[in-house]
Design a protein around this ligand. Sequence first.
Ligand code: CDP
Length: 231
Amino acid sequence: MNTTKRKLIIAVDGHSSCGKSTVAKDLAKKINYTYIDSGAMYRVITLFAMRHNLIDGDKLDENKLAHLINDINITFSYNDELKRHETFMNGELVEDEIRSLDVSNNVSLIATIKFVREKMVTLQRKLSEAGAVIMDGRDIGTVVFPNADLKIFMTADVEVRAIRRYKELKDKGDDISLDAIRENVKKRDFIDENRDESPLRKADDAIVLNNSHMTKEEQLEWIVARMAEVE
Ligand code: CDP
């Protein structure tokens, strides 16, 4: 049983498709914390930009997005029936669409934009005001919550990550190839690590979790043990 009195802020950062959100959701459920998926926010902005034809290849119409970004309202709720967290864009359920390979192929471009990041960070901090939060992303331990109580930096081998994401999308019925997924994972790692704005990097005080050869249960136990050390 969890006997924590302190409401911790737990930051989970790391590479694409390494299972950050899976473990963060499992942990939130286990200890009754709020889970916040910061990547979903960047995915919503991306979907919005795609629908408004603001993306052409590697080019984004930044001016138009800057004008329109305040029209985008991002909300989350937990669907009890389906037992899943769901993301809404201006009230529309977009949970599945934001996970598509099309959105994944454009999201890292959107995530390089300074005004997009500033707006998302403000929202992330606002949603966490009550504490007892676990948030996953790329810059949570470095930028959003530099004083987080526990920082975890997750990673896994590229091939392992590609196969996991492939299975996830296949299970949803998407018609995609493993090669296309692998390319997307590698490309996003590259863009995320090399952008000027809040690049993906391990915070100095983050603990590394390489889960290439771990089961979901093992990684959950690992995090619970790390929590016990800071409680
Ligand atoms: O689930 P997966 O790890 O594949 O990605 P995600 O967490 O949904 O994030 C999608 C993309 O959003 C990442 O590739 C980053 O480019 C961007 N992102 C970010 O820049 N900062 C965050 N805090 C979260 C996501």
